[in-house]
Design a binder for this molecule. Structure first.
Ligand code: ZN
Length: 283
């Protein structure tokens, strides 16, 4: 009888430990959001119903976080319509920082690292802005139609629409930079890329400094050409843009069916979220 009681006590302790381990994993909205997009929505090619579903879901999350949220629609030649979802939080100063991530994927895979990961961080950031109280205005932007291998377009179309929207709202001149989060779901170290000859003060150097503050290894590399993420169109428009991505931009499952949600690493997303929060605290 005594052995039975002992067994019951051990069992209870084990269950309690398992429950608390689960609790520790709960405050992880970036990972939960990325898993939802890659596993439950799945492949999200430009102008598809799945891309629209992903965008609507992100818009609801932005609204729930108190952001002024709007859709910026645009056409995708031969495929239909896509959009950017823009969540805005006003700051105290006349400056603006954009953090963006493309919500679409290629049609061959569920796009977990590329780029449910970046959108997951965006959604998590939305819920953190009131605590961070960024001095600048912040636009969180889930872009559409980024994947040029799928759209066949010369440009990242969501980023083009974003540049038009920045101009239309007359805020382009106060933009410090637009930071694209693209493939940020894996690894301990990351890289920044931009098409400039060297890191600029207040742009690349600011993000590199945030990496140092957060203890996350981060290096800058010049883009091989005009760039392969949404920062490209921002730079081509004469504004400042850069992309944060996995080390060496490498992923064996890049644009393949194996880019699934199980490969997403919560710690990697947390590192990138930490860097983004740190840059948003600065003016
Ligand atoms: Zn991508």
């Amino acid at each position: 009888m005594r052995r039975l009681a002992l067994l019951a006590a051990v069992l209870a302790a084990t269950l309690a430990a398992a429950a608390s381990a689960q609790d520790e994993r709960l405050p992880d909205p970036a990972h939960a959001a990325a898993v939802f997009l890659a596993r439950d929505v799945g492949s999200r090619p430009a102008a598809s119903r799945a891309e629209l579903r992903a965008h609507r879901w992100v818009a609801r999350r932005f609204e729930r976080a108190g952001l002024t949220t709007r859709y910026v629609g645009f056409g995708v030649p031969r495929l239909g319509r896509s959009r950017d979802v823009v969540g805005v939080r006003r700051g105290r100063r006349r400056c603006l920082k954009v953090v963006m991530a493309h919500a679409d994927s290629v049609d061959d895979g569920p796009g977990a690292n590329d780029n449910a990961s970046g959108v997951g961080v965006l959604v998590a950031l939305a819920g953190r802005l009131d605590a961070i109280r960024p001095p600048c205005d912040v636009w969180l932007v889930a872009t559409g139609a980024e994947e040029r291998p799928y759209t066949g377009a010369a440009d990242h179309l969501g980023a083009l629409a974003l540049v038009r929207e920045l101009r239309r709202r007359r805020v382009a001149r106060r933009l410090r930079y637009a930071l694209s989060l693209d493939m940020v779901g894996r690894g301990r170290r990351f890289q920044l890329r931009s098409p400039r000859a060297r890191p600029r003060r207040g742009v690349e150097r600011e993000v590199l400094a945030a990496g140092r503050r957060r203890g996350v290894p981060l290096r800058w590399l010049r883009d091989s050409a005009t760039g392969n993420s949404d920062h490209r169109e921002v730079e081509l428009a004469g504004l400042s843009g850069l992309v944060l991505q996995v080390w060496e931009g490498g992923d064996a499952c890049y644009h393949r069916a194996c880019d699934g949600w199980r490969r997403l690493e919560p710690e990697a997303l947390a590192r990138v979220q930490g860097i983004a929060e740190s840059v948003l605290r600065r003016r």
